[in-house]
Ligand binder design. Structure first.
Ligand SMILES: C[S@@+](CC[C@H](N)C(=O)[O-])C[C@H]1O[C@@H](n2cnc3c(N)ncnc32)[C@H](O)[C@@H]1O
Length: 285
């Protein structure tokens, strides 16, 4: 169990902070390269859409261990990139990785992006790779992020589409459910499907002060490991909490089902599942 830090969070984000600044964040930090590789098929398209130019000041929301912040800082060159995240473990690792890579214009801060007092108009571009789906009050969060960006500044986000487009969540949680009728994460609630509904995204962003909101559907395979023996323990570490409440035989059924699913998705490129994301672009003002 990781100790939680004295991070100031909005009351609507207390649960997310407990998870991300606790065990979940520690797991991500311990497997940073694997998580980056997991979404690698989206990365170049995402960074190209962000279109960071030299001299720009970039804010990376929910930056995790900072791959996107490092790439934004490289592209910004004479400019800078600030990554913010709830998880102290991920922020510490992000700082270390940027220093190791000799990137002097990337900084990192542990903060709740929903309430952090960013200086008004101090960024040219905001980016987020799956880091904006967890806000307890997304309206307040996007308004806070928008005021940090200058008029005309850009927002580029990658978020998950719904369950129907995301075989990885369907199949992995289906296996671990072991026949139980478990609720799927609701569309609109903090979690993977918070921004899955395009109309909701347009409404949220336009009332936060953005215009020209565009959503582009992307589809790519998510990578979980080089082969089933590599992927299986990783998935179990990530989603093993779903075994809670199962008796020993249910647990065995779930583990068998997970093993079968992982085996069935083993390809020459490793264990991969289909996924769908929205690439979202908007401008302030
Ligand atoms: C799915 S991870 C993505 C991490 C990273 N962007 C990446 O692509 O690897 C979501 C991240 O959002 C962060 N996060 C969630 N809510 C946040 C908030 N209110 N403020 C700042 N970061 C937040 C979490 O701590 C977590 O690191």
């Amino acid at each position: 169990m990781t100790e939680s830090t004295a991070l100031e969070v909005d009351p609507t984000n207390t649960g997310q902070a407990r998870a991300w600044d606790g065990d979940e964040g520690s797991y991500w930090a311990a497997h940073a390269e694997r998580f980056d590789r997991g979404v690698a098929a989206y990365h170049d398209t995402f960074m190209a859409a962000a279109g960071i130019a030299s001299g720009e000041r970039v804010l990376d929301i929910g930056c995790g261990t900072g791959q996107t912040t490092r790439d934004a800082a490289r592209a910004a060159s004479e400019g800078s990139a600030l990554g913010v995240d709830l998880s102290v473990r991920m922020i510490e690792l992000a700082r270390g990785l940027a220093a190791e890579a000799g990137i002097g214009n990337a900084t990192f801060e542990q903060a709740d992006a929903q309430i952090h007092p960013f200086t008004a108009g101090s960024f040219d571009a905001t980016i987020s790779r799956t880091g904006t789906m967890f806000f307890g009050d997304p309206q307040a969060a996007f308004a806070n992020i928008a005021q940090a960006v200058r008029q005309g500044g850009r927002l580029t986000m990658l978020v998950w589409q719904g369950l129907e487009s995301n075989e990885w969540i369907r199949e992995l949680s289906g296996a671990l459910a072991a026949g139980r009728d478990l609720p799927t994460p609701p569309v609109g609630a903090p979690g993977p499907f918070a921004l899955a509904d395009p109309d909701r995204v347009r409404n949220l962003l336009s009332s936060a002060g953005y215009s020209g909101v565009e959503l582009e559907a992307l589809h790519a395979r998510i990578w979980f490991g080089s082969d089933p023996d590599d992927a299986h323990p990783f998935v179990l570490g990530l989603m093993g909490w779903m075994l809670e409440g199962l008796d020993p035989s249910g647990r065995e059924r779930a583990l068998d089902a997970l093993r079968a699913t992982v085996n069935a998705h083993s390809t020459s490129d490793g264990v991969t599942f289909a996924s769908g994301a929205w690439l979202i672009r908007a401008r302030r003002g």
